[in-house]
Ligand binder design. Structure first.
Ligand SMILES: C[S@@+](CC[C@H](N)C(=O)[O-])C[C@H]1O[C@@H](n2cnc3c(N)ncnc32)[C@H](O)[C@@H]1O
Length: 187
C-alpha cells in the first residue's frame, strides 16, 4: 500500500515508531490497543513485546489490509476491528493505549473539544499508560513547517491531565512531531 511505502521513508514517522517500540511502557503480559491503527504498522511492531495487540480504526479498507499483512507475518496475537477514539469497541481489560499519527485528525476536524472527546474516549478504557506519537506543535511558529491546524503540545498535555494522566516522557522529534507518554495518576 502506498501509505506503507511513504511512511517507510518518512524519517520523523520512523523515529516515532522506533521510540514507541523502545520506550513505550509495555510489559510482556499487557494488552495494548493501537487506536487509529491504519495499516497496522505500530500494532505489528509491538506484537513481540506484549500478550495481545488490538488494532482499531474507522477505515475498513485499511483494517482489511492490516489483517492481511499480519496474517502474512504469521502474527497470532494481533487482531483488528472497527473502532474509534469516541467508541473504541474494546471489551477486554486494557493496559496501554498507543496511537500514532491519528489523534491530530480530531483536532484538525473540530478543534480542542474534538481532541478532548478523543482523549476521553481512549482514557475510558482505563489503561495505565497512553502513548501518543503525533503531529503537534512543540515549538514557536517558525518551527511549524507546512502545518497550520495542529494542537500545541501544552494543549494535549492539559487535556491528558483533565483525563487523569500526567506526562512521564516526551520525545520531541521535530517542531511538529513527537511522542508523549502519559501515566494514569487519577480517575
Ligand atoms: C495517518 S493514519 C496513521 C495510521 C497508523 N496509526 C500509523 O501510524 O501508520 C491515521 C489513521 O487514523 C484513523 N482515524 C481517523 N480518525 C479516527 C477516529 N476518530 N477513530 C479511529 N481512527 C481514526 C484513519 O482512518 C487512519 O487509519
Amino acid at each position: 500500500m502506498d501509505y506503507d511505502e511513504d511512511s517507510a521513508t518518512d524519517e520523523a514517522y520512523q523515529t516515532c515508531v522506533s521510540y514507541i517500540v523502545e520506550h513505550a511502557p509495555v510489559e510482556r503480559d499487557d494488552t495494548v490497543v493501537d487506536m487509529g491503527t491504519g495499516t497496522g504498522t505500530v500494532a505489528v511492531e509491538l506484537a513481540s513485546k506484549c500478550e495481545r495487540v488490538l488494532g482499531r480504526d474507522i477505515n475498513d479498507e485499511w483494517l482489511r489490509y492490516a489483517r492481511k499483512k499480519t496474517a502474512e507475518k504469521g502474527l497470532e496475537n494481533v487482531s483488528f476491528d472497527h473502532g474509534s477514539f469516541q467508541e473504541p469497541n474494546v471489551e477486554e481489560a486494557v493496559d496501554v493505549v498507543v496511537t500514532s499519527y491519528a489523534l491530530y485528525m480530531a483536532y484538525d476536524e473540530d478543534g480542542e473539544e474534538a481532541l478532548r472527546a478523543a482523549i476521553e474516549g481512549i482514557s475510558s478504557l482505563n489503561p495505565s499508560h497512553l502513548v501518543i506519537a503525533d503531529k503537534m506543535f512543540f515549538g514557536p511558529p517558525e518551527s511549524r513547517g507546512d502545518y497550520e491546524t495542529l494542537p500545541q503540545m501544552g494543549v494535549v498535555a492539559n487535556l491528558l491531565a483533565d483525563a487523569g494522566f500526567t506526562l512521564t516522557d516526551v520525545k520531541i522529534v521535530s517542531g511538529s512531531v513527537g511522542v508523549l507518554v502519559a501515566t494514569r495518576t487519577s480517575g
